[in-house]
Design a protein around this ligand. Structure first.
Ligand code: TYD
Ligand code: MG
Length: 442
């Protein structure tokens, strides 16, 4: 039978024998592209290779890890790079993926064999970047190549301990028809590199670009394949960047690393709370959120602006917090907090370009909105710190790590902290925060 053509969706990877204007899998328009079907092995019946083994008898040596010399990166990876593992680092262009991987390889080069494969930039461009990162980064051997066969041959010949592919979207397998970066190509590239990684024990870091919508072919369809998916986030114009694990076969997915883009590369921000609190003010619309980023408490300023509008519907702009969460908080404020903002534009933003995705942020956002709407500063002398989840009926709900959040806020002189327990409902919390005595007290 001649090989049939398949059409696969560049957004979700759905495969269909026919072209559709709209993907039957995810409903996106114009995302189906033609691919040559995956090759199947000639004989589908293979002799059995091994008998089942009782799990207790499976040999599982303790995982040794290579430290990248970047504490925040090691922590997000679960303690360093695992030999033979495949890590995907996704992020929008310009966020600092090449910078991060280049400095990590530079540090690793002192003790390990490393290799940097660039398909995106010329060796001269990579060198220019490395010069900014310092002498260690200049020790990294580099190969500029986009042909997958040649890349695989290079890796097999060099046998590095750690190899970075920058980026997975620029490599192409010559025996497939799709353009580099198409779903079929990206899948094939990742699968082949994965095989080499596992067979030769080469820890492989795949760099992948993702657009704001996560739409670009690639990283999304690779998530199930690789061992670890790291997401590099932040706004290009801002200095702070966060690195979080979306998937990690060798560690927790709660860890978040905070970095700052400087002139000489990415610097780790170990004392993120101190930075963000120092920048917080007592202006109306400002509240410090005592958040948890993985196992680490993080204080970050929430800012809100509420302004009358003629627009229908009014503007709802959320930076660093989920839009739907903001909509929910606005609805609860109006229904259960006596604060209707239907005729106002609302802007909410987390300072420093940080992103917080946890329900514990609700109360701080609600208080910042109320403070902005009423033009009243919160907290006495120092900014008010708060955390807690808001339920649909206007109740405040406890969130994890209550003690650690309070302790972190106290460490930076932000006491008392408004949290679930101090108030049972959003209405009570608003009354407490906005009452003149609360602002005088403490
Ligand atoms: P880059 O690592 O090339 O991003 P990506 O690989 O994710 O596309 O770097 C992104 C930006 O960071 C670039 O605009 C230049 C800037 N930058 C610095 O500010 N300082 C530095 O030391 C370096 C190397 C880059
Ligand atoms: Mg790059």
């Amino acid at each position: 039978m001649p090989p049939r053509t398949v059409f696969s969706c560049s957004a979700c990877g759905h495969e269909s024998p026919k072209w559709h204007g709209r993907c039957p899998g995810c409903g996106d328009w114009n995302t189906l592209v033609e691919e040559k079907p995956q090759k199947r092995s000639a004989s589908s019946r293979t002799a059995r290779r091994g008998a089942p083994v009782r799990l207790a008898d499976v040999q599982a040596p303790a995982i040794a890890r290579f430290s990248t010399g970047i504490g925040e990166l090691d922590r997000v990876l679960g303690g360093g790079v695992v030999p033979g593992s495949v890590v995907l680092i996704g992020g929008s262009p310009g966020i600092g993926k090449s910078t991060l991987t280049a400095s990590a390889l530079g540090n690793l080069a002192a003790e390990r064999k490393v290799l940097y494969i660039t398909g995106e930039e010329s060796p001269a461009q990579v060198k220019l970047r490395a010069e900014r990162l310092g002498p260690a980064a200049l020790e990294v051997p580099i190969v500029a190549e986009t042909d997958l066969d040649s890349v695989v041959a290079t890796i097999e010949a060099e046998q590095p301990d750690v190899c970075v592919i920058d980026s997975v979207q620029t490599l192409y397998a010559p025996d497939l028809t799709g353009a580099p970066g198409s779903v079929g190509q990206v899948r094939e590239v990742a699968a082949r590199l994965m095989r080499v990684a596992k067979e030769r024990g080469v820890a492989t870091v795949l760099v992948g670009h993702v657009t704001k919508e996560g739409a670009l072919a690639g990283p999304r369809v690779l998530e199930h394949l690789v061992d670890c998916v790291l997401q590099f986030e932040g706004e290009r114009e801002r200095t702070y960047r966060t690195l979080r694990a979306l998937k990690n076969r060798f560690g927790s997915t709660n860890e978040v690393g905070v970095f700052e883009m400087r002139n000489d590369g990415l610097a780790e921000v170990a004392d993120a709370s101190a930075r963000f609190v120092a920048e917080a003010t007592r202006a109306p619309g400002s509240v410090v959120l005592a958040a948890m980023e993985g196992t680490r408490p993080l204080l970050v300023e929430v800012q809100a602006l509420v302004a009358p509008t003629e627009l229908v519907p009014p503007r709802r702009v959320a930076n660093g917090v989920d839009r739907n969460r903001l909509a929910l908080i606005l609805a609860v404020l109006s229904r259960h907090g006596g604060l209707a903002l239907g005729a106002s534009d609302v802007f909410v933003s987390l300072a420093g370009g940080v992103r917080v995705d946890e329900p514990g942020a609700d109360l701080a956002i609600a208080l910042a909105l109320a403070s902005a709407a009423k033009g009243m500063p919160l907290g006495a002398e120092r900014p008010l710190a708060a955390f807690g989840e808001i339920g649909l009926t206007g109740e405040l709900r406890a969130v994890a790590h209550h003690e650690r959040r309070v302790t972190e806020a106290e460490k930076f002189g932000l006491a008392p902290v408004l949290a679930p327990g101090d108030a049972g409902t959003l209405r009570q919390a608003l009354a407490r925060a906005l009452s003149p005595s609360a602002q005088m007290a403490a």
